[in-house]
Design a protein. Structure first.
Length: 161
């Protein structure tokens, strides 16, 4: 089984989640963890699992993440198990108007997952969001562990091993 976790990260929190997901998916010989700027079609060859994650920025993935996803031609991910995740602000601490906006416009994980399935991927886990305490982090307690559980779920649902 060959898997790849592609991530973007401005302050390092999404990278930490991506690495936790990579470790849970398998050993470094089988599982790559790669910054989105380095990922292209070449890196997707022979993959069984592709996970993509981004910080939520203005309710969406980062520009490099969206550019990568948009660059995937139709059928690129046929037969590949996919899942999308994001990191996001702690909504409990956000002011009221922002809570409303976030509820209305959502987070990065959903559009990521949509684009992955549009390129042919088979979604194996619901889009997941991992919470940062402040804009720059740190991650909320327990989020790395939750990311590992989510990654294991991808393997279990898809039957890939
Ligand atoms: C310009 C900017 C826009 C942001 N927009 C959102 C947002 O729309 N929703 C949200 O939940 N968090 C938002 N955040 C918080 C980021 O999601 C948070 O900084 C990110 O998860 C940290 O991940 P990183 O360390 O990998 O960059 C925003 C942060 C910045 C700096």
């Amino acid at each position: 089984m060959k898997a790849l976790v592609v991530y973007d990260s401005v302050f390092g929190n999404t990278e930490k989640i991506a690495r936790a997901i990579g470790s849970a998916l398998g050993s470094p010989e089988d599982v790559g963890v790669m910054q989105v700027g380095k990922a292209g079609l070449e890196q997707l060859k022979g993959l069984s699992v592709l996970v993509v994650g981004s910080p939520t920025r203005a309710f969406n993935p980062t520009k490099p993440t969206t550019a990568f996803l948009k660059s995937l031609p139709s059928h690129t991910l046929d037969g590949v198990v996919v899942a999308g995740f994001d990191t996001r602000t702690n909504i409990d601490e956000a002011p009221g108007f922002l809570k409303f906006m976030v509820k209305f416009f959502g987070y990065a994980a959903e559009p990521i997952a949509k684009r992955l399935t549009k390129a042919g991927g088979k979604e194996a886990a619901a889009p997941a969001g991992f919470v940062v305490a402040d804009t720059e982090g740190p991650l909320k307690d327990g989020e790395l562990e939750r990311a590992a559980v989510w990654a294991k779920q991808i393997l279990e649902t898809s039957g890939v091993d």
